[in-house]
Design a protein around this ligand. Structure first.
Ligand code: RFL
Ligand code: PHB
Length: 389
């Protein structure tokens, strides 16, 4: 088999890249380790920056998103019983939208199927070969049969546990990592959201987040210990804990109900450099992870896709390699800013096991500065809605 670009991973990065390239007449094959249903059952991000929204439009897949999404002009931050709003629209004239990663991925799969682009599910033992030469190829096992695809380029969109990143030799690659000493326990419930904006809550019992998917689907999180097990958290325990971490007025109007999904995610910051090795390009979680506090994971994956898409179009349309040559540098410059924002918001809002009383005072002073200082609010707003590509 031969194609122009082999995309490893059928998550949001791989699918969006595939759809954008298809619109420019560039052929791709996506190799996905799981089934489509499995990928669509993963509950992940909920907030989309304008950059990603615009790419969905450019890819011709925004019809349902534009119809069903909720526009959020700001977000709320609470500390104990205090709560304030950071009004992105008023501060910088921009906003974000609420549209779940599950829905976005669904739309991208539908679009890919509609145009007849090839996706091979349940592949095993994917190997990227000769990425540092002129004629790379990818081998894999599908239904017990060994296969090979020759290509011009390989896009490694296979997430944190994929094979693409580790294809880059240790002598070339450098990883940077910070693991946070806690996780997020998240639930999805068919209940109306407690507030019309997200609430990021700092409390003396730890962080909590009130988020949503639609008018009858809420997503809530509480900071938990890394040793906690989902099965030891009953729905009742979850709701009780959440209520203790948000302002009383919010707790009083919280509508509870049975969870339809419950999971624990560890929090980590991670970046692998470089994001290009020869004809292999890393995109999204394959190259970097952020703690979810700034809602940057999916959005940073999207900015990588943007740079790679432009680079590949330049190559195929104008025989120009400038975009390809500068892909890693450009993508990483934006990635590190998103890493910084996610790390800073995580530090601002969580309780750490080794926090001294001095540290707590510093955290409180920083939250108050965000509450009362418009310059601090502007910085937060610019980062939250997403820095320009
Ligand atoms: P994905 O979504 O992980 O997709 C990668 C795809 O590659 C497949 N794959 C392989 N395929 C073929 N061969 C292999 N060897 C393969 N290895 C893996 C996988 O099955 C998968 O389908 O990466 P992508 O596309 O870069 O997208 C990134 C986003 O998914 C990610 O940044 C966000 O979801 C991060 N994230 C969150 N971000 C937010 O902004 N807000 C959130 O609330 C939020 N919650 C989360 C998250 C990530 C989580 N992970 C990774 C465990 C919650 C969780 C649990
Ligand atoms: C979510 O709705 O899942 C969500 C929203 C904002 C975040 C993290 C997760 O910062």
């Amino acid at each position: 088999m031969r194609t122009q670009v082999v995309i490893i991973g059928g998550g949001p990065s791989g699918l969006l890249l595939g759809q954008l390239l298809h619109r420019k007449g560039i052929e791709t094959v996506i190799l996905e380790r799981k089934t489509r249903d499995y990928v669509l059952a993963r509950i992940r991000a909920g907030i989309l920056e304008t950059g990603l929204v615009n790419m969905m439009r450019e890819a011709g897949v925004s019809e349902r998103m534009d119809r069903e999404c909720f526009v959020h002009h700001g977000t709320c931050i609470s500390y104990e019983n205090e709560m304030f709003d950071i009004d992105f629209h008023k501060l910088i004239g921009q906003n974000v939208i609420v549209y779940g990663q599950t829905e976005l991925t669904h739309d991208l799969y539908d679009a890919r199927e509609a145009v007849g682009a090839k996706t091979i599910f349940e592949v095993e033992d994917v190997k990227i070969c000769d990425a540092d030469r002129d004629a790379p190829y990818v081998t894999f096992n599908s239904g017990g049969v060994e296969q090979r695809i020759d290509c011009d380029f390989v896009a490694g969109c296979d997430g944190f546990h994929g094979v693409s990143r580790t294809t880059i030799p240790d002598t070339v690659r450098k990883d940077f990592e910070k693991v946070f000493p806690f996780g997020w326990l998240g639930i999805l419930s068919e209940t109306p959201p407690v507030h019309d904006e997200l609430i990021y809550a700092n409390s003396n019992r730890g962080f909590a987040l009130c988020s949503m998917r639609n008018e009858n689907l809420s997503r809530y999180y509480v900071q938990c210990a890394l040793t906690d097990k989902v099965e030891n958290w009953s729905d009742e325990d979850f709701w009780d804990e959440l209520k203790r971490r948000v302002p009383e007025a919010i707790a009083d109007k919280l509508v509870t109900g049975p969870s339809i999904e419950k999971s624990i995610a560890p929090l980590r910051s991670f970046v692998s450099e470089p994001m290009r090795w020869g004809r292999l390009f890393l995109c999204g979680d394959a190259a970097h992870i952020v703690p979810p506090t700034g809602a940057k994971g999916l959005n940073t994956a999207a900015s990588d896709v943007h740079y790679l898409y432009e680079a590949l179009v330049q190559f195929y349309q104008d025989n120009e390699t400038n975009g390809i040559d500068h892909y890693s540098q450009k993508a990483l410059a934006r990635v590190w800013k998103a890493e910084r924002f996610s790390w800073a918001t995580t530090n601002l809002l969580h309780r750490f096991p080794d926090q001294s009383e001095f540290d707590l005072k510093m955290q409180r002073a920083e939250i108050e500065s965000l509450h009362y200082n418009e310059v601090a609010q502007k910085w937060f707003a610019q980062n939250y809605v997403g820095l320009p590509y």
